[in-house]
Design a protein around this ligand. Structure first.
Ligand code: ADP
Ligand code: ZN
Length: 650
């Protein structure tokens, strides 16, 4: 690819003198750096801009190459910035692409197993293969580390897997020591392929082996198993069996897997239907026939479970797109199938969907799929259990923080993919799968600078303090993070509080909620003089939530200057605000007043706030009980600024 070059060319990068004592690159990272710099030679000049994909061969180890590529980018491309956009092709997403396009620079690594896509070629200026390790690089690295250049050492550096090199050579370790360690701890004999390959299998998993589904779905499953057993035993009639449920949740949370396991638990056959597969059958006639066939098959095998995936593709009869007449016919047919008691006798229908709101509400009526259970993304504990289930690997508690952070927002299917990648890496290194492979394959985490952690603590302590001062019942577990996943911006701290569900929803109730919402920002203003978008990651969300609350209070619940309100419909709030300047002004005033109140609470209780911040910076996480105690111990006796619940205070 012809590249027009201009600008000052630096010397060949591996001759470039790095800093005095050779840091910050370890010996193998320096070798990787030589390889990366060699491949990126056309862009090896100050401020060069490119998005380039490096295709790796055989033994590839991302953490090491990522470090090397970042170093290249910090030295050559933007001397002021340490982090360039360095990614694995398989991990990139829209945000990464947007960042790469904005910075006009990115280094993407295609691992050996990755198939380069057309999109990758489109995005990259060049797809370059990363040459194999060369003796020249090994020699240069040894020289740089001040070690004698012997055939044995060069051989070692050329043949040891990158991962082992990376583990042996550490900043704080002398390079010679590292070489000795590598020699004294030779590679383990590869375990039998099948052993390394296959996940630990639970032959017929039942509901009790499942993690991450939430208790209501599991309980419902057990109740169903009992009902079906009773029905089979002739104790109850079919109409007493709860035989229709809608399971919603993001892709990959295990809805299909749940259905399979449920059938195992209930000891009945399962029939897989899929709304989109029915649709592919062809014209309307064929489509309906395919759908009926699934119901008929289920009926023949009754008692049985009919799983209907992607039931939301049926959409809504009310929609007015060009398919509407067609879809109306399909939905009507589906409703008939769901209704026909005789036809459905002995058949439990499980509908799965991503977007329950899109579903025609008639499908959710009693007698059809009248129970709706949402499956959320798995929480941290569930993600660890899912990891264990798929890999057999149990993490030690010291690894929890990194694993929990790096896998936040992942589904069960994502974790399964992570395990697959880790298993592949282990195979390539001829090692048995262990927690290091898992950790190595996580999305890279960036340690937050301490000033950043401090500002997170200031922000979250603000929420906690104000929620305590306005009298929330169970105050606030607070948590902050010291890491963030590279390339992602999400909440790095949080406070959980109990607003008291049974309290009367008076204007005061909403005002308190708004003040608590704004308290993070208020604390930043009090401590730093201003608030930062980056300081909490979720500032925007704080402001948005406060704005929504104020809109509801004033615009929908009649607690503002007028009783004339709009129907409560959060989707319409933005439109209400933009079309009604008076409403907007009133919302603005509410927000301003509550921000001032939050600020003055923090000002008055500055000692308590400071104590919370200090503790939080120390330990990352404080329980609600401890929060309350710290506040009690540092509290300045004052006239309470909390508004009494006027109506409730009798
Ligand atoms: P969905 O139907 O919700 O899109 P799937 O059931 O197809 O999700 O999940 C895909 C794969 O992800 C499953 O085969 C399973 O291996 C894994 N998986 C998802 N959720 C879990 C979970 N909670 N526990 C264990 N594995 C899970
Ligand atoms: Zn906040």
């Amino acid at each position: 690819m012809p590249i027009k070059q201009s600008g000052k060319r630096l010397r060949v990068p591996w001759r470039k003198k790095l800093d005095e004592n050779g840091l910050p690159l370890t010996l193998p990272t320096y070798m990787a750096y030589c390889a990366v710099a060699g491949a990126l030679r056309p862009w090896n000049r100050l401020g060069a801009k490119t998005i380039v994909t490096l295709v790796t061969t055989d033994d590839f180890y991302f953490p090491l190459f990522a470090e090397a590529a970042r170093y290249f980018s910090s030295q050559i491309w933007h001397p002021q910035r340490y982090h360039g956009n360095v990614l694995q092709c398989s991990d990139k997403n829209f945000r990464h692409e947007a960042e790469a396009l904005r910075d006009e620079r990115a280094i993407l690594f295609a691992s050996p197993s990755y198939q380069i896509q057309e999109d990758d070629r489109l995005l990259s200026d060049a797809v370059v293969s990363l040459g194999p390790r060369s003796a020249r690089h090994a020699e240069a690295a040894l020289r740089r580390a001040g070690l004698p250049i012997t055939n044995e050492s060069v051989e070692l550096l050329l043949t040891e897997p990158w991962s082992r090199l990376s583990r042996a050579f550490q900043d704080r370790r002398d390079a010679l020591q590292a070489i000795q360690r590598l020699r004294s701890l030779p590679k383990a004999i590869p375990p039998a392929a099948s052993e390394a390959e296959s996940p630990p299998s639970t032959p017929d998993p039942t509901l009790s082996d499942m993690h991450g589904f939430g208790s209501s779905l599991i309980e419902w499953g057990y109740d169903l198993a009992k009902d079906i057993a009773d029905y089979k035993a002739g104790i109850i009639p079919w109409r007493d069996v709860e035989n229709g449920v809608l399971i919603s949740g993001p892709p990959g949370v295990g809805k299909t897997m749940f259905a399979r396991v449920l059938a195992n638990t209930c000891k009945v056959p399962i029939i897989y239907g899929s709304a989109s597969r029915w649709q592919e059958a062809g014209a309307l006639d064929e489509h309906l026939k395919a759908m009926r066939a699934s119901f008929d098959e289920s009926r023949e095998k009754a008692p049985s479970i009919l799983f209907i995936d992607e039931i939301d593709v049926f959409g809504n009869r009310g929609e007015t797109d060009r398919h509407s007449a067609y879809m109306r016919a399909v939905i009507t047919a589906l409703l008939q199938l769901l209704d026909g008691f005789e036809r459905r006798k002995g058949v439990v229908v499980l509908g799965a969907c991503n977007y329950p709101d899109l579903l025609d509400s008639a499908i959710k009526r009693p007698g059809r799929l009248d129970r709706h259970i949402a499956v959320p993304l798995p929480d941290a504990a569930a993600r660890r259990s899912i990891l264990k289930r798929h890999s057999g690997v149990t993490l030690c508690s010291a690894d929890y923080e990194v694993f929990d952070m790096a896998t936040e927002g992942m589904s069960g299917a994502d974790i399964e993919r992570l395990v697959r990648d880790a298993r592949r890496a282990a195979r390539r290194q001829s090692e048995r799968l262990n927690s290091l492979h898992i950790l190595d394959n996580l999305r890279p985490l960036v340690k937050l600078p301490s000033a950043y952690v401090h500002s997170l603590a200031v922000h979250e302590a603000g929420h906690a303090l104000v929620s305590h001062e306005v009298g929330y019942a169970n105050v606030a577990d607070i948590k902050i993070s010291r890491w963030r996943v590279e390339g992602e911006y999400r909440a790095l701290g949080c406070v959980e509080y109990d607003v008291g569900a049974d309290r009367p929803r008076t204007r005061t109730f909403f005002e308190n909620a708004i003040a608590v919402c704004l308290a993070g920002i208020a604390a930043e203003i009090e401590v730093f003089g201003s608030f930062s978008q980056g300081a909490a990651g979720d500032d925007a969300a704080d402001l948005n939530r406060a704005t929504e609350l104020a809109t509801a209070m004033v615009g929908a619940f009649g607690m503002g200057h007028t009783l004339a309100v709009e129907k409560f419909s959060p989707n319409a709030f933005a439109r209400m605000r933009s079309s009604n300047p008076e409403l907007r002004r009133e919302i603005h005033n509410v927000l301003e007043t509550e921000l001032e109140r939050a600020k003055s609470i923090i000002r008055l209780q500055r000692a308590a706030h400071q104590a919370l911040v200090t503790r939080l910076v120390d330990v990352d996480q404080i329980s609600g009980a401890e929060v309350a105690e710290i506040i009690r111990n540092h509290r300045r006796p004052t006239v309470s600024l909390a508004k009494p619940e006027r109506r409730a205070a009798r």
